[in-house]
Design a protein around this ligand. Structure first.
Ligand code: 4G4
Length: 248
């Protein structure tokens, strides 16, 4: 899976690439040591695809009003550069033949969820991050396949929304989470789909007068699995009954 992000603030993505299990997964893929089942992640700055000496990527809105709008041309050139890089002459594809979903992160988009992430985890993505008041509509009409929202609130730019999407996707790509990957895949497949997680405990056995549930100390893995399943159901009923109504 290739993920290409378009952002005028590429440095923001070090929050993702330089920390934790997601950072390790993304740098492993860049070092080319896992050619299959991993994520090749790159960030592209539209300023690098401008022609003027000030590297202008935004301009004032037609019709007036506050703020600035991201210009179509630098973004279109960035997308062309991505298509050339991913499906360039050495790959045997021409520029337009590179198969990728172009996604615009915006408050107007379709609400993302785990099911959507599962359905795109095998595709290539180009994530477009808006800044200022957003992107010229003609670029969106010409280039964008889907518009996604991470929730009903407004952010200063699409970068944090894109990082949410990438983090969630890294967890779904087999072989991307390092040492613990087989364990992670196992617990993912055993997890009851669409329910909230069960409670977790670690040492000590007693903390602030509270003890670990006996069943978790029993060593009976069938009983433990049953208990965790019941806890997940009860927690979902109490905190998110809407998730249960969606299921059979
Ligand atoms: C598009 C249009 C995504 C993108 C306007 C992006 C929230 C989300 C942006 C803007 C975003 C979300 C600058 C308002 C960038 N905010 N909920 N901001 N703004 O997924």
């Amino acid at each position: 899976m290739n993920i290409d992000v378009i952002s005028v603030l590429p440095g923001m993505f070090t929050a993702l690439t330089e920390h934790g299990v997601v950072g390790r997964a993304l740098s492993t893929s860049r070092s080319n040591s896992r050619p299959t089942d991993s994520i090749d992640f790159r960030v592209w700055n539209p300023r690098d695809y401008t022609e003027d000496k000030h590297k202008t990527v935004d301009d004032r809105p037609y019709g007036g009003g506050p703020g600035m709008v991201m210009m179509a041309e630098p973004l279109a050139k960035t997308i062309t550069a991505i298509r050339e890089f991913r499906g360039g002459s050495d790959s045997g594809l021409d520029n337009k033949a590179y198969q990728a979903k172009v996604v615009y992160l915006s408050p107007q988009g379709r609400a993302v969820d785990q099911k959507l992430f599962g359905s795109v985890a095998s595709e290539n993505l180009i994530l477009l991050c808006g800044r200022y008041e957003g992107v010229d509509q003609r670029l969106l009409d010409a280039e964008v396949d889907e518009e996604w929202s991470i929730g009903d609130y407004v952010l200063s730019g699409g970068e944090i929304a894109a990082m949410v999407v990438v983090d969630a996707l890294v967890r779904l790509v087999p072989g991307s989470l390092g040492n613990d990957e087989s364990a992670n895949q196992d617990s993912f497949s055993e997890q009851i789909d669409g329910l909230l997680d069960c409670p977790h405990y670690t040492r000590p056995e007693e903390y602030a007068g509270m003890v670990v549930p006996d069943v978790l100390l029993s060593g009976d893995h069938a009983v433990i699995k049953q208990w965790r399943c019941e806890q997940s159901l009860q927690s979902t009923q109490a905190k998110r009954p809407d998730l249960l109504k969606k299921k059979d």
